[in-house]
Design a protein around this ligand. Structure first.
Ligand code: PEP
Ligand code: MN
Length: 333
């Protein structure tokens, strides 16, 4: 349920109302915009007397929120959420260009790629240390050593780092990681989401291979309901009957998510297409669709990559992609 307050309601009046609502065992989320304040009520709202609430002097309207996601809902929080990642920001007009290899492979590799993508305008460095692979015989990532090397690359370049956590038992290793990624395969690992909700780390939540937009938002809700509002959504392609691409990039998800939610939306054209030559066109399309960021795989030697070489760009290709994306963004504003 949401209650929209009349313009001119004083902070004291708002606090008074919030205290009263809290006596009904409700969580109250206050979203203060330039014009109006929206109170989002979470919990068992069946006990709230809507007519009584509506009749209060300071209340403009009261509405039930029919969607099952509440805190991720734009009705609760009409303004775009801006997630702060160190000195970088994402959402509400701030755009993130996240680039780096699929996996961290060596110190030289990650530092070389980090320096190259930074020089081309990346705002964050990605790199997998714990890799969810379809085959148990495939390279599983450098694990804790991979995180250590990412931190070295962060020190060398100043770029905040984004890396995937697969198991909550390794959370301590992520203390200095800037953004924790939840991969497509873990989007509905609810215990993991709840634990990440207890942290205050920005979480990049990737859409599952066969999950709906509503299911993605419900997974965001798992994180937010535990108190962590720093969620970044990521469209990375879904499984369809099409085999020309690794997955099918659902670009309409960007616009749909922006309608339904205030959370920033990133597009990953690398995992969506699986082919390096399709990455730049889809990155441009994502920027044109209003994405708040792009995440692309870049490798200094894609032919020798231990994972996802076919979809990885070389640093010069990334440089060109970033120029194009920035030009598209200029047209949009
Ligand atoms: C990744 O970004 O490294 C990754 C494994 O992607 P996804 O979870 O989308 O497959
Ligand atoms: Mn990959």
């Amino acid at each position: 349920m949401i209650a929209i307050l009349k313009p001119g309601t004083t902070p004291e009046q708002t606090q008074h109302l919030v205290s009263w609502l809290k006596t009904m065992n409700l969580d109250v989320h206050i979203s203060k915009g330039a014009e109006v304040t929206v109170l989002g009520l979470v919990g068992d709202t069946s006990r709230v007397d809507m007519d009584l609430l509506k009749s209060l002097e300071m209340v403009e309207t009261v509405k039930r929120v029919s969607e099952p996601f509440k805190q991720a809902n734009r009705k609760f929080h009409p303004q775009d959420t801006i997630v702060e990642v160190g000195s970088a920001r994402i959402g509400g007009g701030y755009f993130a260009m996240i680039a780096g290899p699929c996996s961290v492979e060596s110190e030289d590799q990650i530092i070389e790629v980090a320096q190259a993508v930074k020089a081309s305008g990346a705002t964050m460095l990605r790199g997998g240390a714990f890799k969810p692979r379809t085959s148990p015989y495939a390279f599983q990532g450098m694990k804790d050593e991979g995180i250590r090397l990412l931190l070295k690359a962060k020190e060398a370049t100043g770029l905040p780092i984004v890396t995937e956590l697969m198991n909550i038992s390794t959370l301590d290793l992520f203390a200095d990681v800037d953004v924790i990624q939840v991969g497509a395969r873990n989007m509905q690992n609810f215990d993991l989401l709840k634990e990440l909700g207890k942290t205050r780390k920005p979480i990049l939540l990737k859409r599952g291979l066969a999950n709906t937009i509503q299911e993605l938002l419900m997974s965001a809700e798992y994180i937010m309901s535990e108190g962590n509002e720093n969620v970044i959504l990521c469209e990375r392609g879904i499984r369809t009957f099409e085999t020309a691409t690794r997955n099918t990039l659902d670009l309409s998800a960007v616009a749909v998510l922006h309608n339904l939610s205030h959370l920033p939306v990133v597009v990953d054209p690398s995992h969506a297409t699986g082919k390096a030559d399709l990455v730049a066109p889809m990155a441009c399309a994502a920027a044109a669709a209003g994405a708040d960021g792009i995440m692309v795989e870049v490798h200094n030697n894609p032919a020798c990559a231990l994972c996802d070489g076919a979809q990885s760009l070389t640093p010069p290709q990334f440089d060109e992609l970033n120029r194009k994306v920035q030009r598209i963004r200029e047209v949009l504003v």
